[in-house]
Design a protein around this ligand. Structure first.
Ligand code: T5A
Length: 206
């Protein structure tokens, strides 16, 4: 049986990294073979593209160049890591995936959603996550949390209006396809957030 594909999404500082560790514990506790990975990145080659994407650059980066790099990294990640794992029955937990591209490049940068959808089909075929957890928080609160962690990357230095558009795009994606998404209020205590995450995961159990 194919593994299940779970993605974690949300704006900056919503707690994806923190809750990814919780989901890993949950999967291990249910004896589910799993692989935890992230985007952009997930393979040595794709991680090099991640570095390029997140590092501050001396020249302005064209939105289309950024978009194509993200999908180039994703193609590598899918071919080398995600598809082989799912085919072997291993569950894949991925910190960000294509919903982040809709939210950041589409919503945030204002790139054409139709072009993103075209690239999604080109790179993924019909593969979509089985479950996408969107950790939702007011961008000001998320950025306050992100700021505590130290130096900000090339995305984190954007204006607050950028992060508002990112958030609204995530919420719109969830509204359009409610069966695949669970929106979780990430301003709650970590314990409450994790209760909601566990409840969202339960229906995936065999
Ligand atoms: N990107 C990515 C695109 O533009 N397009 C794409 O297609 C893709 C895939 C890197 C960047 O790439 C962009 C978007 C991103 O800007 P990333 O590494 O996932 O992606 O970047 P971040 O969102 O910055 O992820 P982080 O790991 O930096 O933040 P997290 O994981 O959301 O937050 P986390 O877990 O580190 O928590 C932040 C702080 O808050 C606390 C934690 O302890 C921590 O200190 N915290 C809480 N505090 C109180 N209550 C809670 N409920 C808390 N949850 C966490």
């Amino acid at each position: 049986m194919a593994g299940r594909f779970i993605t974690l999404e949300g704006g900056e500082g919503v707690g994806k990294t923190t809750n990814k560790a919780f989901i890993e514990q949950w999967l291990a506790g249910h004896d589910i073979p799993y692989l935890a990975t992230r985007e952009p990145g997930g393979t040595p080659y794709a991680e090099k593209i991640r570095t390029l994407l997140l590092d501050h650059q001396t020249e302005a980066v064209d939105g289309m160049a950024e978009l194509l790099l993200i999908f180039a990294a994703r193609a590598q990640h899918l071919a080398r890591v995600i598809r082989p794992a799912l085919e072997q029955g291993v569950w894949v937990l991925c910190d960000r995936f294509t919903d982040a591209t809709y939210a950041y490049q589409g919503g945030g940068r204002g790139l054409d959603m139709g072009q993103i959808a075209h690239l999604e089909t080109l790179v993924q075929g019909s593969l979509r996550p089985d479950l996408t957890l969107i950790l939702d928080i007011e961008p000001t609160l998320g950025m306050a949390r992100a700021n505590q962690r130290g130096e900000l990357d090339r995305f984190e230095v954007e204006q607050m209006s950028f992060f508002e558009r990112v958030r609204n795009t995530y919420l719109e994606l969830a509204r359009l396809t409610p069966a695949r998404y669970q929106v979780i209020d990430a301003s709650q205590s970590l314990g409450q957030v994790q209760q909601h995450i566990a409840a969202a995961l339960e229906p995936l159990l065999p």
